[in-house]
Design a protein around this ligand. Sequence first.
Ligand code: GUN
Length: 294
Amino acid sequence: MCLSKEGEAVMGILDGKKCSEEILEKIKIEIDKMVKSGKRAPGLAVVIVGENPASKVYVNSKIKACNKVGICNKEISLPEDVTQEELLQNIQKLNEDENIDGILVQLPLPKHLDEEEVCNAIREDKDVDGFKPENLGKVVLGKEDGMIPCTPQGIMYLLDTIKDFELYGANAVVIGRSNIVGKPISSLLINRGATTTICNSKTKNIDEILKKADIIIAALGQPKFLKENMVKENAIIIDVGINRVDGKLCGDVDFENVSKKASHITPVPGGVGPMTIAMLLTNTLKAYKKGGEE
Ligand code: GUN
């Protein structure tokens, strides 16, 4: 069963992998058409610092997806001991490169580097991660014409595939308050009229709050934190966690048990992760178009 915005999610599994493949296919068709008509292809630069194995896996997935749809990509691998100044110089060059529409610096950076300054050095219109205060601020203000952070945007896309579900007035609970996921997804939910509560792992009476939730976004980075007894019957569960336990990937949700109660649930892997990448490519195409290439 296909999971598109027009489609319907079946069997309760929100299949992010399938949904992302559909989005990639649409992007590919659009880029093929543009290139055939003589325009240049969109370009994405991915900067990675050091040897973090998880970051390498994520970057490889992003590059692979770019290649699938025809987005030109430039991977810039810098050594672990690169200085802040050298990194900023690299970003400056990419800011000035006319063939680069989007710039992504894979996080986390090694401890000696200032992540905030690095992310802020990216030109606002090339900030395809949507991490800059200008882009995050627009999301908070309900102006979604800037770059919307990829994971939250992917979650909203998945929620929109659920037929006969009204977000307006629904009780949404977000567990986690990161700048990348918790804060922006809370804003997007508020913008759509959901009554939104933001919790963290230490929130008092969290079970009571969760029990009232029609939607739960688990983004706190604790393996299998969300248990069956914490959710109400037919809740929608979005699992943003990617944890490795005994060499196996698992999310922040105890999928095996919670899935028996949920009306819809995202698996890990194959849920939110592929949607994040699909939204990165969507943002890159958006940046390209905004740059007047179309
Ligand atoms: N590290 C973990 N998630 C992300 C992401 O979405 N973008 C970047 N740049 N780094 C990350």
